[in-house]
Design a protein around this ligand. Structure first.
Ligand code: F3S
Length: 836
């Protein structure tokens, strides 16, 4: 690939350019943007009354003013009628989420759009079916017919659960309430399978079951709470890189003291000042370094614990709080179920042991000092000199969610927030940060809890059909090498059956496929926007529309519901996911009608939608009146309302007051009950469990503990590999290794290494970094070319079937160097601390 050279001049949108509202489709922060669209060949002028932004471009534009259109914001698209348009996607200064700022990802939204004459030409444009040794383009009718026949035949012969699914549940990207409702209606109401998984997970579950079981919806805070709090606790999250504008626009100003006036207004009579930040992470991330530099080291406490020991740390901090009587006694007495407190005190805080014993144990497990644990407890809960309680907001993400023992990891942090009464007031809250926005609305899942672990079942030969949409398990699932072997070997049996029947019609091919599934074959359907690694194994590929190509709605991390308007056509004949499921359901219904199978006809009815808004409203109506408001509830809102609400939208759950939709800033204010039958929160016993045997086995066998995470691109790089700015920066995955270990292994920055353990093998280039301590290696999470997930074990938290992605162990071998990478990469670490 030629080296990326950004354009050195831009075409400005004219005054009459079309303008749309849109939310960045990447992370959960959900920054607002405006899309400008105007015909190729037309351009605005430099004077304010000559361009759509109303900016005077005859003068130098101030840095970070939000008035700049960068080359990465812009592209030229070709519509289905052949007309070409300029598109510029620029941050919305009026949006309270980002206030005109963009992240490295959001700054390339324009570059991520489909253009047939640019790097994103690799988008899927037509359905593909496997015909005589390769995937071939075909019509929707043909691809839908073959797929419908196989799904219908499989249900009739082997039952509903013979259909396995692994499908998105996100809000941004191509998800949204519309497509999620269609997915749920198709698989839960029509197919009625229990063998389901959501994008990164091998089972149908929540990543925050513990919090919900405790009565605490995970998105209970607002971004402004990070401005109003005394202490921001970032647990297992590298927010500067992964939730950039939440961090830069709302957290950092608090550390720097610029939000004090707002705090005084929101918390009259309390002693307030600049905030502090506790960062709990086994890596010295860019978030730590930036926070220290921008806020001052005295305002930042980095607890660089041993990986996997979060539960022990949370319990120890809580024990100090309890011992010092810094806990919120009134809150615990009035808002927490009394019978859940004692088991928490006994098992989490170990009140049967002395504080010295507990802290000595915690020091040993976490690798932190007693002084650090006590300082954290003090910053979170020590009463101020004016007698007021400090306020803290607890924000956790994948380091916790994908850490050792998801259920207790999350529960131990919610325990700490409950113990310290940090709910229902400005500057408080406890919840996940979120990877992506949400658009979750579905009929009820029919399976048990815990749900079946479908990766295991697939590898054991179960299931006839595997339907994958908007995710890429060949790369992103745990123990991904096993998944690829399953897709390869089981998929081949179906390919062989199709090769043997190349002259047959779809009815005969479907029979041949079903026969192959008796022998262990797996019919693989992939619905996506690119030919992903998983799609390469597929027998049928459905091309989906992406963000901006069909209207979608979603909520961000503070539950802000917005509408992403359609501003361009999908590539080729690609269609929105809801429409694809609609076509498939209608075809299965027709097959069943021909057979006189009234049960299947009834199940696959009601998919005749014609617009995205119809699907949105149908999903919204499923929120029953009178039922306690769920985080997502939006009943009563339509597209017109959201268009008028603009990029600030409305914060769900929505209730109708005097006929008008009304949102809420945060949960649990004014005595609002917790989401349990009693209305009181529950505490959870969270003893530290130690490492599971199969992970411990790897740790015993291999010298380096392996963890993984994101950096300043999008974690799966699904668009990024088609955006030169990103693709050239990280053409393959990298590892971070400490200077001490690099010396021991005789590694130079940029050396290509092979990593391996009992579960797989992969390659990466070397970055020597102080972010990790000796004995630990960090690797990028889900690079499509060299995935860290080949090295994760199949271990999941058995209570909730959530993978332990963050903990494995590996051996390492130097391979050599790649000259083309040497020519353009610096191999410098992301945390800005230069070591070589
Ligand atoms: Fe996009 Fe804002 Fe996140 S620009 S990637 S939503 S921080």
């Amino acid at each position: 690939m030629a080296a990326y050279r950004p354009a050195d001049r831009m075409v400005l949108p004219p005054v009459n350019a079309e303008k749309y509202q849109i939310v960045c489709h990447y992370c959960a922060v959900g920054c607002g943007y405006h899309v400008y669209k105007w015909p190729e060949g037309k351009a605005g002028g430099l004077l304010p009354d000559q361009n759509a932004l109303g900016v005077d471009y005859t003068k130098q534009i101030a840095p970070l003013s939000g008035d700049w259109i960068a080359p990465a914001h812009h592209t030229v698209v070709t519509e289905r009628d052949g007309q070409r348009y300029h598109i510029a996607i620029v941050p919305d200064k009026e949006c309270v989420v980002n206030k005109g700022h963009h992240s490295a990802r959001g700054g390339t939204l324009g570059s991520s759009l489909y253009r047939p004459d640019g790097p994103t030409h690799t988008r899927l444009t037509h359905p593909l079916v496997y015909r005589s040794t390769k995937q071939s383009p075909t019509t929707w009718d043909d691809a839908i017919d073959l797929t419908a026949r196989v799904i219908y035949g499989s249900i009739l012969r082997d039952g509903n659960d013979s259909i396995f699914m692994r499908v998105f549940d996100h809000g941004g990207g191509g998800g949204g309430f519309e497509n999620n409702w269609a997915v749920g209606k198709f698989f839960f109401n029509a197919v009625q399978t229990i063998n389901c998984g959501i994008h990164n997970r091998p089972a149908y579950n929540s990543e925050v079951h513990a919090s919900r079981d405790m009565g605490v919806p995970e998105w209970n805070y607002a971004y402004v709470d990070a401005e109003l709090t005394d202490t921001i606790v970032l647990w297992g999250t590298n927010s500067y890189e992964a939730q950039t504008n939440f961090y830069l626009v709302h957290m950092l100003p608090n550390l720097q003291g610029s939000t004090v006036k707002g705090k005084e207004a929101a918390r009259p009579g309390e002693q307030v000042g600049p905030g502090r930040m506790i960062i709990i992470d086994p890596r010295r991330t860019s978030t730590v370094v930036v926070s220290e530099q921008a806020g001052g080291k005295e305002r930042v406490l980095h607890l660089q614990l041993k990986p996997g020991t979060d539960i022990a740390l949370a319990n120890a901090i809580a024990r100090v709080v309890y011992e010092r009587e810094w806990h919120d006694k009134d809150f615990v007495a009035n808002r927490v179920e009394a019978e859940t407190v004692q088991p928490f005190l006994e098992q989490s805080l170990q009140i049967g042991k002395s504080l010295d014993e507990v802290l000595a144990e915690a020091e040993n497990i976490t690798g932190l000092s007693r002084a650090q644990i006590e300082q954290a407890a003090s910053w979170i809960a020590e009463t101020k000199s004016d007698g007021s309680r400090p306020r803290a907001i607890f924000l956790y993400e994948k380091g916790v969610i994908w850490g050792l023992k998801n259920y207790q990891n999350v529960g131990s942090i919610v325990n700490l927030a409950l113990l310290t009464g940090n709910f229902g007031k400005p500057g408080t809250g406890c919840g996940r940060l979120g990877g992506h926005q949400e658009g979750y609305v579905r009929p009820a899942y029919r399976g048990p809890r815990p749900a079946p672990y479908i990766d295991d079942l697939l590898s054991q030969g179960q299931g006839n059909v595997f339907y994958v949409a908007g995710c890429n398990p060949a790369i992103t699932t745990l123990n991904a090498q096993r998944m690829r072997e399953t897709l390869q070997t089981r998929g081949k049996l179906v390919r062989d059956a199709l090769d043997a029947n190349f002259a047959a019609d779809n009815a005969t091919k479907a029979q041949a496929i079903l026969e192959a599934t008796r022998q262990g074959g797996l019919f693989i359907i992939v619905q996506d926007i690119y030919l992903t690694a998983t799609a390469q194994y597929a027998h049928v590929v459905f091309p989906a529309a992406a963000w901006g190509e069909s209207p979608i709605t979603s909520i961000n991390g503070e539950r802000r519901l917005r509408l992403d308007e359609k501003f361009m056509d999908p590539p080729g004949i690609a269609e929105p996911d809801w429409k694809i499921f609609g076509m498939l359901a209608q075809r299965i219904k027709a097959l069943a009608q021909a057979d006189g199978n009234t049960d299947i006809v009834q199940r696959f009815s009601g998919f005749e939608w014609t617009t995205a808004e119809e699907v949105f409203l149908e999903g919204g109506a499923s929120f029953a009146d009178g039922v306690k408001a769920s985080t997502e509830r939006y009943k009563g809102v339509d597209y017109n309302f959201l268009k008028a609400a603009g990029n600030n939208g409305i914060q769900t759950p929505v209730t109708i007051v005097n006929g008008k939709p009304q949102g809420r800033v945060r949960y649990f204010e004014n005595g609002e009950p917790f989401y349990t039958e009693s209305g009181k929160a529950k505490m959870l016993p969270t003893p530290w469990p130690g490492f599971p045997a199969i992970v411990q086995e790897q740790i015993n066998k291999y010298p380096y503990f392996l963890t993984n995470g994101r950096n300043n691109n999008w974690q799966t790089l699904y668009n990024d590999m088609n955006i030169p700015f990103f693709a050239e920066r990280t053409p393959i995955s990298f590892i971070e290794i400490s200077p001490e270990d690099a010396k021991k292994e005789a590694l130079q920055a940029g050396d290509l290494v092979r990593l391996f353990n009992d579960y797989g093998e992969t390659t990466a280039y070397t970055v020597i970094s102080t972010s990790v301590k000796p004995g630990m290696i960090f690797m990028l999470f889900a690079h499509p070319n060299t995935t860290a997930n080949s090295l994760t074990t199949p271990y999941v938290d058995p209570e909730v079937i959530i993978p332990y992605y963050k903990g494995s162990a590996v051996g390492l071998q130097r391979i050599g160097r790649l000259a083309d990478l040497d020519a353009r990469l610096t191999y410098q670490p992301n945390n800005f601390e230069k070591v070589v």
